[in-house]
Design a protein around this ligand. Structure first.
Ligand SMILES: [Zn+2]
Ligand SMILES: [Zn+2]
Length: 274
């Protein structure tokens, strides 16, 4: 069973693929219809949560006590902070401020800011934020990340670029957690979020079970810059850094478009001592 619905489409994106049917119309499958409906429900839920939050006191993202600092002080003391991270890649260091790997490798970006190890309870919170529509967690995560940024960066970047999702993944999930995180960061740090500069142009496999080398191959060439970021400083925003393959590819794409001041900001990094 198919439904024909009216969808406004961007001419610049679709003008070359008319293929004999009216550009304003598109045949959609029940699954696509369901995805679009879920997308609308998620957006409506997020807007509703934002609206009622104006009248509700801010709460700790973990224990739900009243707290205006993202996570309350007791919960902050229990969180898995990265005490000494490599300034280039964020990896945990025993001593110094840059790991051996970064000393010997040219990086696509200059600085990584990531406050947490990707272990419990942060891992579960990120999973809920990313896959279970717990979008209210964007606020406490952004507060913690913004504090880490303020401590480290005397000069803030011009724009925030969230790591994009492929269109089909965005439809299926209904939201991009990195965009929502970047928007919360942007509000706190007064930085513009540019979520239309980089696009993901093809679907990639899940990175979870791939080797480091396979992860790089998997995302190689998967991102495109559609608007020049030449001459502006950029912080690429992601939820979790594992092998860095994804942010590396996004940064490489931005660098090839003329952007030469790049940093990477994320909530958590998988633990690997250098
Ligand atoms: Zn708490
Ligand atoms: Zn490093």
């Amino acid at each position: 069973m198919f439904k024909r619905i009216h969808i406004k489409r961007s001419k610049s994106l679709f003008s070359s693929e008319n293929n004999g049917f009216d550009e304003k119309y598109r045949l959609i499958t029940p699954q696509l219809f369901k995805n679009q409906r879920n997308n609308l429900i998620s957006k409506a839920r997020h807007s509703w949560n934002q609206a009622i939050s104006v009248f509700m006191p801010a709460r700790c993202g973990l224990c739900q006590c009243i707290s205006d600092s993202g996570f309350c002080q007791q919960c902050q003391d229990l969180l898995p902070w990265i005490e000494n991270g490599c300034r280039q890649c964020g990896a945990t260091l025993v001593a110094g401020d840059i790991c051996g790997r970064c000393q010997n490798t040219r990086s696509e970006w200059q600085e990584t800011i990531v406050p947490f190890h990707y272990v419990e309870p942060v891992a579960t919170l990120i999973h809920q934020f990313k896959y279970q529509e717990m979008l209210s967690l964007a606020s406490p995560f952004a507060s913690m990340l913004a504090s880490a940024v303020i401590k480290r960066c005397p000069i803030l970047p011009d724009i925030l670029v969230p790591v994009p999702l492929y269109t089909a993944s965005l439809r299926s999930r209904g939201y991009n957690q990195s965009t929502i995180l970047a928007q919360e960061l942007g509000k706190r740090l007064e930085i513009r979020v540019a979520d239309n500069i980089v696009v993901k142009s093809r679907q990639t496999k899940s990175q979870m079970k791939l080797s480091e080398k396979a992860r790089e191959t998997n995302v190689c060439g998967a991102f495109n810059v559609v608007e020049s970021a030449s001459g502006v400083s950029v912080a690429v925003v992601d939820d979790v850094i594992t092998s860095s393959a994804t942010v590396k590819e996004v940064c490489k794409t931005l660098r090839m478009s003329g952007c030469d001041q790049l940093s990477v900001w994320a909530i958590a990094k998988t633990t690997k001592q250098e």
